[in-house]
Ligand binder design. Structure first.
Ligand SMILES: CC(C)(COP(=O)(O)OP(=O)(O)OC[C@H]1O[C@@H](n2cnc3c(N)ncnc32)[C@H](O)[C@@H]1OP(=O)(O)O)[C@@H](O)C(=O)NCCC(=O)NCCS
Length: 448
């Protein structure tokens, strides 16, 4: 099979892996109004319809702020705000309802074009905010309850549920409720596996915010993944930018993670295929805030051996790695670790203890589609930590092509004579690998 066919097969495998993992699960999409005006909107609707048709339960929470502003301004109504919350007056509420349902209808129309049924419903029970600091908030409300059973009935029928930013009191009074709040309540109460925050901004960009030093950045300058504590650190470092949309989205993502949603994705709704890419490959293009341990280095299991042989094969063929058989690896299984992302192995490495206080770092390999994302460095750092914990005083490695990379990690060239006796006796003079070593007490500065 040629290279293109292999990568197509890999793509299909990856898509099946995710499809079976998420099948039947609920996903909530909070979609900002400007996305509906983007030329990419019909494609976004097509992809959501595809998800609904293939067994996913899709809930849409449309944001309508800009459209409500436009409608109110047409009728000469200027809104007052308490912080970032609009005070919806008795005069404004019929227009706000009209605007909110108009936006919801845009989604309905988009889904109808793909022959997927949708229901715009009175799924949110709301209560008025009352008087806050002397100001009557009138028809501005908060979520009292999301009517889960009604939404579930719609979803069970394979239809999409649409929740406009209007909630109703038990006595039938309408309130304008922030769509962020509805999205948060709906995703937690429905037990959604994911919340997508879809805007025209997409993920968080490097260079725009003050960031903690440890945050890794993608080539496209988007911050790919954040643990809740990292998201919190960013929010704290940029407290002054309260009006900034992506930071508001990050705040919502953090709240959702803390409320139990495992993964929240900040994506750009105008980007072709963005939802499918984020869902069916582990190389999404937005920012993901993850509550669970998304990526992990762990010990090798027997079931991983085939995966790491596959990972190593092209590197063996290029002469970067020595050939190992499944039996070789199995014999030293306890020495190996793998880097797992979303259930698949994307890098590996091993630490072999040769006695005399020295360990060999070996079999370091990264899946090329995950190159330059820090996997290799993290595996090496993990193995060095392991060597320290085992009481070794020195780690070394043999390399034919990768000396520059190890030098970057603080290793320095060493001689064959410096190897422990058993390894020295095994040294293959024909392969003529260069030896690099690291004294463990000196390593911290280089691998920060
Ligand atoms: C070397 C290898 C493990 C790096 O994996 P990785 O996960 O892409 O590495 P990281 O993301 O941690 O580091 C990437 C950085 O190292 C640099 N780098 C990668 N390979 C390099 C090399 N051979 N020489 C010098 N620098 C290298 C990248 O340009 C990148 O630099 P940047 O951070 O400035 O952008 C991977 O390329 C690989 O599998 N190589 C083949 C197998 C091999 O040689 N193993 C070592 C023998 S034990």
């Amino acid at each position: 099979m040629n290279k293109t066919a292999w990568s197509q097969m890999d793509l299909i495998r990856e898509a099946f892996h995710y499809q079976s993992r998420f099948d039947g699960s609920t996903m909530v999409f909070k979609i900002d109004f400007p996305v509906t005006e983007d030329p990419g909107f019909p494609y976004l609707m097509k992809d959501l319809a595809l998800l609904a048709r293939t067994g996913f339960r899709v809930v849409i929470v449309p944001g309508a702020k800009e459209w409500i502003d436009a409608v109110l301004s047409e009728y000469g109504i200027v809104s007052d705000y308490a912080g970032t919350t609009r005070i919806t007056t008795t005069q404004a509420i019929p227009l706000v309802e009209m605007a909110a349902f108009h936006v919801a209808t845009r989604f309905m129309t988009g889904l109808s074009a793909s022959r997927v049924d949708a229901v715009i419903g009175n799924f949110v029970r709301a209560r008025g905010l009352g008087v806050i600091e002397g100001r009557d908030m009138e028809h501005t409300g908060a979520v009292d309850k999301v009517l889960i059973r009604a939404i579930q009935r719609v979803l069970q029928e394979g239809m999409v549920s649409i929740l406009p930013c209007i909630g109703y009191s038990p006595t039938g009074k309408a309130y304008n409720v922030p769509s962020d709040e509805i999205a948060l309540a709906a995703s937690t109460e429905l037990g959604a596996v994911k919340l997508f925050i879809v805007s025209v901004n997409g993920g968080l960009r490097h260079g725009v915010y003050t960031l903690p030093e440890t945050i890794p950045v993608r080539e496209n300058c988007i911050i790919g993944r954040l643990a809740p504590q990292e998201a919190e650190a960013i929010l704290q470092l940029n407290q002054a930018s309260t009006e900034d949309k992506p930071l508001q989205h990050l705040r919502l993502a953090l709240q959702a993670c803390r409320a139990g949603i495992e993964r929240v994705h900040l994506i750009n709704g105008g980007e072709e295929g963005v939802v499918l890419r984020e869902l069916f490959s582990n190389l999404g293009s937005g920012t993901m805030v993850h509550a669970d341990e998304y990526e992990a280095i762990r010990s090798l299991k027997s079931a991983d051996i085939a995966d790491i042989l596959r990972l190593m094969e092209p590197l063996v063929q290029q002469g970067f790695l020595v050939r190992r058989t499944g039996e070789n690896i199995n014999e030293k299984k306890a020495d190996y670790v793998v880097f797992e992302i979303d259930g698949s192995v994307h890098a590996c490495g091993a630490l072999h203890d040769w006695g005399e206080g020295q360990g060999e770092i070996a079999a370091i390999a990264t899946d090329p589609s995950y190159a330059d994302k820090g996997l290799g460095r993290r595996i090496v750092r993990y193995l060095i930590d392991r060597a320290e914990r085992q009481g070794l005083y020195r780690v070394f490695l043999l390399t034919t092509h990768t000396h520059d990379w190890f030098e970057l990690l603080g290793f320095t060239e060493a001689s064959v004579e410096s190897l422990p006796t058993r390894r020295r006796n095994n040294y293959d003079y024909h392969r003529n690998s260069t030896i690099f070593a690291l004294e463990l007490q000196n390593r911290m500065d280089n691998l920060a």
